[in-house]
Design a binder for this molecule. Structure first.
Ligand code: ADP
Ligand code: ASP
Ligand code: MG
Length: 408
C-alpha cells in the first residue's frame, strides 16, 4: 500500500465523460489499497477562456483579480470529480488551494509555494477518503487567491507529493510519457523510459510544456519520485525522471529536442561601447517586468556595439517602446527586431563528454538552408534562434541527425 499523488491535466478532465474516466482510474488504485491525493487542472481551454474574459474588460488585467478569475477553472473540476467518485461509492472530498492551505508568496499569476498544511488531508486519508485538490492555485499570507503560472498544476502535484512524503507523484496527461521531442510535431519521436532531472529541467525551461519547470525543480529538490503517464491508456510505465542515467541504456549523446515559439528577437544597434551599457539597456526592460532570455553583445567596433536579446512574443511591442526611450537617452543608432522567430534546442548530458555536437547541429541546419540568427550554449544544451517558418523542419532534421528516431 502506497501514498500516491496523481495529477490529471486539462485534456484528461476536458469533459464530464473524461472526469468519469478519471474517477474509474482513481477507484482502481483505491481498490488496490493505495491512499490517493488527486490534483486537477481546469478543463482544457478553460483557463484561456477565463483570461480572454478578463482581457475583454481590462487589456492589462489587474493581477489579483485575474487570479480570482482563473482559479475558478480548477474549482469546477475538483467538485465534479468528487461527485463522480461518490457516484462510484467512494468517499472523496475536494479542496481549493486556500482550503488546504497551500501558502504562497504574493506574486500574483506566478506565485511560488512556501508551505503546505497537510493536516486536513492526512485526516481525510486516515478516514479512507480520496483527497482532491485544485491545482494551479494557492493563497498568500493575507488570504488573497494566487496562481502558480501556466501549467502550474504540475507544480501543485509535486509540491503536495513532497509535503505528504508520497511514494510517487504521477503526472497523467494526453501523451504516455516524455518523448525525444514533442510527438505532435515529430511523429517519429520516441518515448523515453527515463530522463534525468537535469535534462528534464533543460527541456522544460526550453519550451517542452509536458512538465512545468518549477515542478521538475521541486521534485529534484525534495526527492519526489516523478513519473509522466497517459490518462487514456490502461497500462504503461510512462517516463520516470531519475537522478542517474540508466547505465544499461545505450543512449545517444543528445537526449531530446525542445522548442519555443513564444520568443521575439530585439536588436539595439550602435550604442556606445562603455561600462554600464548592458545595464542601461536591460535595466529598464527588467523594470518593466519583461523576462529576457538569450542575450548577445557583439565585440565593440569604433567605440560602438550592438545588443540582441529575446523576450516573450507578447512583450515584443512593449519592449521596443521601452527601448526607444532608452536609445534616445544612451545615444544609440536604432532599435529593431523580429517576432517571427523561434528557439530550437538540443539537450543531453552526453554532450559534456562529446565533441562535435555543435558542428553537427549547425551543418544539419545549413544543409536545409536554415539560417541561424542567434546561438547560445551551456554544458548540456545548444539553442539556436531561427525563422519560425523553419521550426518543424529544423526539429525534424535534428531529430534524425542525432539518431533520436532510433531510440529504443
Ligand atoms: P496537460 O494539460 O496534461 O498538463 P500539456 O498540454 O500541458 O498537458 O502537456 C502535454 C503536451 O506536452 C503533449 O500533448 C505534447 O504535445 C507536449 N510536449 C512537448 N514536448 C514534449 C515531449 N518532449 N514529450 C512529450 N510531450 C511533449
Ligand atoms: N489550468 C492551468 C493552465 O492552463 C494550470 C494547468 O493546467 O496546469 O495553465
Ligand atoms: Mg500542463
Amino acid at each position: 500500500m502506497a501514498l500516491i499523488v496523481q495529477k490529471y491535466g486539462g485534456t484528461s478532465v476536458g469533459t464530464t465523460d473524461r472526469i468519469k474516466n478519471v474517477a474509474r482510474r482513481v477507484a482502481k488504485f483505491k481498490a488496490q489499497g493505495h491512499d490517493l491525493v488527486v490534483v486537477l487542472s481546469a478543463m482544457s481551454g478553460e483557463t484561456n477562456r477565463l483570461i480572454a474574459l478578463a482581457k475583454d474588460i481590462q487589456a492589462n488585467p489587474d493581477p489579483r483579480e485575474l487570479d480570482v478569475i482563473v482559479s475558478t477553472g480548477e474549482q469546477v473540476t475538483i467538485g465534479l470529480l468528487a461527485m463522480a467518485l461518490k457516484e462510484l461509492g467512494i468517499e472523496a472530498k475536494s479542496y481549493t488551494g486556500a482550503q488546504v492551505k497551500i501558502l504562497t508568496d504574493s506574486m500574483h499569476t506566478k506565485a511560488r509555494i512556501q508551505s503546505i498544511d497537510d493536516a486536513a488531508m492526512r485526516a481525510d486519508l486516515n478516514a479512507g477518503r480520496v483527497v482532491i485538490v485544485a491545482g494551479f492555485q494557492g493563497v498568500d499570507a493575507e488570504g488573497n487567491i494566487t496562481t502558480l503560472g501556466r501549467g502550474g498544476s504540475d507544480t501543485s502535484g509535486v509540491a503536495l507529493a513532497a509535503a505528504l512524503k508520497a511514494d510517487e507523484c504521477q503526472i497523467y496527461t494526453d501523451v504516455d510519457g516524455v518523448y525525444t521531442t514533442d510527438p505532435r510535431v515529430v511523429p517519429e519521436a520516441k518515448k523515453l523510459k527515463t530522463i534525468t532531472f537535469e535534462e528534464m529541467l533543460e527541456m522544460a525551461s526550453l519550451g517542452s510544456k509536458v512538465l512545468q519547470i518549477r515542478s521538475v525543480e521541486f521534485a529534484g529538490k525534495y526527492n519526489v519520485k516523478l513519473r509522466v503517464l497517459s490518462s487514456f491508456q490502461e497500462e504503461g510505465e510512462g517516463t520516470l525522471i531519475t537522478f542517474e542515467e540508466d547505465p544499461n541504456m545505450e543512449k545517444p549523446v543528445v537526449s531530446g529536442i525542445a522548442f519555443n515559439r513564444d520568443e521575439a528577437r530585439i536588436n539595439v544597434i550602435g550604442v556606445p561601447d562603455k561600462p554600464g551599457i548592458a545595464y542601461q539597456i536591460l535595466g529598464p526592460v527588467a523594470d518593466a517586468n519583461i523576462d529576457v532570455d538569450m542575450i548577445i553583445q557583439n565585440v565593440g567596433q569604433d567605440g560602438t556595439t550592438d545588443f540582441s536579446f529575446t523576450v516573450p512574443k507578447g512583450e515584443f511591442a512593449r519592449t521596443i517602446k521601452v527601448l526607444e526611450g532608452v536609445q534616445a537617452h544612451v545615444g544609440g543608432k536604432s532599435v529593431n527586431g523580429d517576432d517571427k522567430i523561434c528557439k530550437v534546442s538540443i539537450v543531453g548530458v552526453g554532450m559534456r563528454s562529446h565533441v562535435g555536437v555543435a558542428s553537427t547541429m549547425f551543418r544539419t541546419l545549413a544543409e536545409e538552408g536554415i539560417n541561424i540568427q542567434m546561438i547560445s550554449t551551456s554544458e548540456i544544451k545548444i539553442s539556436v534562434i531561427v525563422d519560425e517558418k523553419y521550426l518543424e523542419l529544423a526539429v525534424r532534421v535534428l531529430h534524425r541527425a542525432f539518431g533520436l528516431d532510433q531510440v529504443k
